[in-house]
Design a protein around this ligand. Structure first.
Ligand SMILES: C[S@@+](CC[C@H](N)C(=O)[O-])C[C@H]1O[C@@H](n2cnc3c(N)ncnc32)[C@H](O)[C@@H]1O
Length: 292
């Protein structure tokens, strides 16, 4: 099944994305449960749900099965726009229980990709394993801190490193572990508010430069070294409109996570150049090409 997107087109056109997740390239690479959830959505509501999932910040009435499939379609179109090889090698730090990058790699490669993640939280990895039994591509899951990635990956061995909604994950771990939370063992989501409050506290007190930034930048710097010259790093972050104005939630920080990371990378002098893509909002996405 070919990816219906053509290079040079506007990315993420809603009707094309709806087709990809409703019956096309993404749908065909989903697990049975994820397909069933999409099948149950009334046809008349499908396109509106896709349009909602493509909005940033995300609206209140988001449909999660559609959002997850839409994110996979977005990654898949970016892979195509970057002209990545069919048999691509993917590195994803901090996958948790989420499948968008995995499904995009499976779809883009028709099951011939190599995918590797480094992730700490055990429960989320168990959840992930229940969703990926159907995959044909080679998947390697390493339970470790992504700051130790040099022990697991070789230089110039990866076509694309995907930081899918992972900047906040890395910052949250960096501020929570020193405060005594074992982020490997905790149930992530019930504990996430505490992690975010600690992150907000460190930002308010000007501590992010000492704790948070160094850990994030180390993982990014290592990833740049794993990506072959001419390969890419992709970052995305999204957020929910419902958090705007919520007193404990640091909206300004989360709204600006990608621009802040862009600035830190620019200041670091890493050998990357940003690639702009038609239709891709730089507030929420960043695509970097590693210099040759
Ligand atoms: C909520 S999940 C998010 C999954 C995915 N990035 C997403 O947003 O859909 C957060 C995951 O990031 C992992 N994580 C955070 N910091 C990490 C680090 N330094 N090394 C490895 N994994 C990390 C956590 O262990 C957890 O499994």
């Amino acid at each position: 099944m070919q990816n219906a997107f053509s290079v040079g087109e506007l990315l993420w056109e809603p009707r094309r994305v709806a087709e990809a997740i409703g019956s096309g390239i993404i749908y065909q690479n989903l697990g049975e449960q994820q397909r069933k959830e999409l099948d149950e959505i009334p046809k008349a509501e499908f396109l509106d749900k896709v349009i909602g999932a493509l909005m940033d910040p995300k609206p209140l009435d988001i449909c999660m099965p559609v959002l997850n499939a839409v994110l996979a379609a977005q990654y898949c179109e970016v892979f195509r726009a970057m002209n990545l090889p069919t048999k691509l090698s993917v590195y994803e730090p901090c996958v948790g229980g989420s499948t968008p990058v995995i499904i995009a790699a499976e779809a883009h490669s028709e099951g011939r990709a190599n995918y590797l993640t480094i992730n700490l939280n055990k429960k989320l990895l168990e959840e992930l394993k229940t969703k990926i039994g159907h995959l044909r591509m080679a998947v390697r899951i390493i339970e470790d801190n992504a700051q130790r990635a040099l022990e697991h990956l070789q230089p110039d061995s990866i076509d694309v490193a995907c930081f899918h909604h992972a900047v906040n994950d890395l910052l949250q771990t960096a501020v929570s572990e020193p405060r005594g939370m074992d982020t490997t063992a905790v149930d992530w989501f019930p504990n996430e508010r505490k992690m975010i409050e600690w992150l907000a506290e460190d930002v308010a007190e000007g501590r992010l430069e000492q704790r948070g930034k160094p850990e994030l930048m180390q993982v990014i710097r290592d990833a740049v070294g794993f990506v072959r010259p001419g390969g890419y790093l992709i970052f995305d972050h999204f957020n929910w409109r419902r958090f705007i104005g919520v007193d404990w939630f640091p909206w300004d920080l989360f709204y600006n996570l990608i621009p802040m990371t862009r600035r830190w990378i620019a200041e670091s002098g890493l050998p990357v150049t940003e690639v702009e893509m038609p239709g891709v909002d730089r507030q929420w996405w960043m695509v970097l090409r590693v210099s040759e």
